[in-house]
Design a binder for this molecule. Structure first.
Ligand code: C2E
Ligand code: CA
Ligand code: CA
Length: 425
């Protein structure tokens, strides 16, 4: 192992003639062994050029399994679990390979979907067991094929099984959570809480942000932080968001009794932008409800837009045509660029809470807010500063030219009836 110049450690593929640590490229001459059966697993490899033969020893004889050329991958099981190589890889020509270390991938697989991680680990484990020949068996020249459950592999099995157990726990936890969310939707346990959005200065209520809460029969009021990530990975967030939109369409007309043009802002997960029918789905809900579309604001984060900017641009354009308004949520935390502000049809910028929280203590935050204010003026966008907790922050923001605010100072997210009473006052 050698530290590379970025600080994380990579394993030098043995026998490599050269290794470019930044790109993890290794060179082998024809005939060089890249790894041998029963070596400890380190990296997986992509062949950049040349040829690699994968072989295994069966009853003392080498059996060629496959020859791989440029663009193909080998040693990939190293990415999913520790243990020993089940085959030998030899360069059969001058060969350049690109090494991928397991650390890079393992975290990502788990991040994407713990279930996928679990399934892959299980498959690798089955494969490893199936391919494994103990020294005893090899001496007796036994056949490779066997019943996978009938033996246990001594080396590395413990660490691997612990890893597997962890994955299983995470994956099953998510599965259970997903089932519970589905049940919660059926039992209508998801409700919107409303948090006032006010004019600065002054504090007149301009609208409410709808923030989802799970009225769980056993756990009480559950925060979105505890279920939205799972709902996003399982796509159930689509149902939750459309549910909140339906609520907003019912709530908005009722709010007009006590305040003119008071709008309801709903959150849209980035997951929706994978769907071709997003604008249609939203249009149907809005039209069926009969609400004036200008009373509904859709909050979207920058990262949601940047996934596929072309798709997002089209979807937002269609939503705008319906008369809905669009707010860019958590503004300043993502890949803010003038390019897309100009490109995307946006009506409102929501200045992220992190800048507001640090206003009093940090001149840089004041500069950021000042820059966002002038940006908003240039593009004729409304502004809402999030997370205002003190009157001092509200004054500073108003003085900087920020025309809207939201935060505990004006009210916490509250049930519909409380929002109505607040508006009535
Ligand atoms: P967000 O959209 O940025 O919502 C603002 C969050 O900041 C809310 O947390 C709100 O309660 C909190 N907040 C408001 N004012 C203050 C303040 O003065 N101080 C502090 N410390 N916090 C304040 P909440 O309700 O827990 O929501 C968390 C996140 O969950 C939201 O962040 C949003 O990303 C997501 N979320 C909430 N409802 C939905 C929904 O219906 N659909 C989707 N997809 N996501 C939702
Ligand atoms: Ca929001
Ligand atoms: Ca926000």
């Amino acid at each position: 192992m050698r530290p590379n110049n970025k600080g994380f450690r990579v394993t030098l593929p043995h026998n490599a003639k050269t290794l470019d640590l930044r790109r993890l490229r290794a060179h082998y001459d024809a005939g060089d062994m890249i790894f041998h059966e029963n070596d400890a697993r380190d990296n997986a490899y992509i062949i950049e050029s040349g040829e690699v033969e994968i072989s295994t020893e069966r009853m003392g004889r080498k059996v060629g399994l496959v020859r791989l050329g440029a663009g193909e991958v080998f040693g990939e099981t190293a990415l999913l679990g520790a243990g020993k190589r089940t085959a030998t890889a030899i360069a059969t020509a001058d060969t350049e390979v690109f090494a991928i270390s397991p650390e890079i991938l393992r975290g990502r697989i788990l991040q994407v979907d713990p279930l996928v991680g679990l399934l892959m680990s299980l498959l690798v484990n089955r494969y490893r067991k199936w391919r494994y020949v103990s020294p005893d068996e090899a001496a007796r020249g036994q056949e490779l094929h066997r019943d996978v459950e009938s033996f246990s592999e001594p080396d590395h099995a413990d660490a691997f099984m612990r890893d597997l157990e962890d994955r299983k726990k995470t994956a099953l936890g998510e599965l259970r959570m997903a089932e519970n969310i589905a049940g919660g939707i059926r039992r209508e346990e998801f409700v919107p809480y409303l948090q006032p959005i006010v004019e600065l200065p002054g504090g007149r209520i301009k609208g409410f942000e709808s923030l989802i809460r799970w009225r769980h029969p056993a756990q009480g009021l559950v925060s979105p932080h505890d279920f939205i990530p799972v709902a996003e990975r399982t796509q159930m967030v689509r149902d939750l968001d459309m549910l909140m939109l339906r609520h907003a369409c019912t709530i908005a007309p009722q709010l007009q009794r006590f305040g003119r043009d008071v709008y309801v802002s709903v959150n849209l997960s980035g997951v929706h932008f994978d769907s071709d029918t997003l604008a249609q789905d939203i249009a149907k809900i809005v039209y069926d409800s009969g609400v004036n579309p200008s009373l509904i604001v859709l909050e979207i984060t920058e990262s949601a837009l940047m996934g596929d900017p072309a798709v997002a641009e089209k979807a937002l354009g269609n939503l705008r045509l319906l008369g809905l308004r669009v707010a860019l949520d958590d503004f300043g935390t993502g890949y803010s660029s003038l390019g897309y502000l100009h490109r995307f049809p946006i009506d409102i910028l929501k200045i992220d809470r992190s800048f507001v929280t640090s206003l009093a203590a940090n001149d840089k935050s004041t500069d950021v807010v000042r820059a966002i204010v002038s940006l908003a003026q240039t593009f004729q966008l409304d502004l809402v500063a999030e997370g205002i907790e003190s009157a001092g922050d509200a004054e500073t923001l108003a003085a900087l030219g920020c025309g809207g605010g939201q935060g505990y100072l004006y009210g916490r997210p509250m049930p519909f009836n409380d929002a109505m009473s607040l508006l009535q006052k």
